[in-house]
Design a protein around this ligand. Structure first.
Ligand SMILES: Nc1ncnc2c1ncn2[C@@H]1O[C@H](COP(=O)(O)OP(=O)(O)OP(=O)(O)O)[C@@H](O)[C@H]1O
Ligand SMILES: Cc1ncc(CO)c(N)n1
Length: 269
């Protein structure tokens, strides 16, 4: 069985963070390991507390995973401080990690801030160049590219800036404002659109975590990046389309909507 590691924060509400990642990885047919960067006290309405782990401790978590169940892919989500980001970069380099998906998490769906301002600089300088693919949403891509994004041409321009500066592929998720759940993959000077039909579901807590974990799972199984992105879009559409409605705010998706499907059973290449 292929394996994937998530390095992210815990969401007590179960819809985002480590919990979303592990549910996604299981449903996409890989064995999930984790290194937790922070605990959040969180539900569908917001985040009421954040407790970062100590960077030395995060280093021990990463050593424990990499020296035992070496991951075929790695997904990185919420990392709120510079010290933690530097520790992750050090360990990923030391262990020669491959298939690295970096979701530059900045703000939760509920509006709560999940990263400090100085950590954004460290994320850009220390982690982005290690990424196989970066998965910003539009507000995140605006911060990283330092330009406003209001239409599809500007999505292309911003992804080009990010991809060239950090020498990695960029999947810019259009869902937030510009278009109909269409995402843009920019890599090596060319781009491709991945079209998605917008599902009329207000319960979108954890969509970003889920997409990046699904991409990591598919990369772990040996699919190329294009195929991994299109399979992951299909998976997230299924999880959103299952129309789970839990909690008083923007609720979680049903990650296990089709647990007996070919996401798990399909023979891997
Ligand atoms: N209502 C929707 N219907 C279909 N696909 C959607 C919908 N909302 C988001 N998506 C898709 O889900 C994926 C995650 O995108 P999104 O822009 O929501 O990420 P995000 O903002 O990083 O998530 P989060 O709110 O968890 O931080 C993208 O592929 C996007 O196109
Ligand atoms: C722990 C955690 N990571 C990421 C997100 C972004 O959705 C969130 N809300 N919580």
């Amino acid at each position: 069985m292929r394996t994937a590691l998530t390095i992210a924060g815990s969401d007590s509400g179960g819809g985002a963070g480590i919990q979303a990642d592990i549910k996604t990885m299981i449903t996409n047919g890989v064995f999930a390991t984790c290194a937790i960067t922070a605990l959040t006290a969180q539900n569908t309405l917001g985040v009421t507390g954040i407790m970062d782990v100590d960077d030395e401790f995060l280093g021990k978590e990463l050593d424990a995973v990499f020296t035992d169940i070496y991951p075929d892919a790695v997904k990185i989500g919420m990392v709120s401080s510079s010290a933690l980001i530097k520790k992750i970069a050090e360990k990923l380099t030391f262990y020669k990690a491959k298939n690295i998906v970096v979701d530059p998490v900045m703000v939760a769906t509920s509006g709560s801030k999940l990263i400090s301002d100085d950590a954004i600089e460290t994320l850009k300088n220390n982690l982005f160049s290690l990424a196989t693919v970066l998965t910003p949403n539009i507000p995140e891509a605006e911060v990283i590219s330092e330009m406003k994004i209001t239409n599809e041409d500007e999505m292309i321009e911003a992804s080009k800036i990010i991809s060239e500066k950090y020498n990695c592929a960029v999947l810019l998720k259009g869902g937030h404002k510009v278009n109909d759940a269409n995402d843009l993959l920019y890599r090596n000077g060319s781009y491709k659109w991945f079209y998605g039909k917008r599902i009329d579901n207000p319960n979108t807590h954890g969509t970003g975590c889920t997409l990046s974990s699904a991409i990591a799972s598919n990369l772990a199984k040996g699919y190329d990046l294009d195929t991994s992105v299109s399979r992951s879009k299909e998976y997230i559409s299924g999880a959103l389309g299952a129309m789970l409605d839990l909690g008083k705010g923007s609720g979680p998706m049903n990650h296990g909507f089709d647990i007996s499907s070919d996401y798990v059973l399909e023979k891997e290449n």
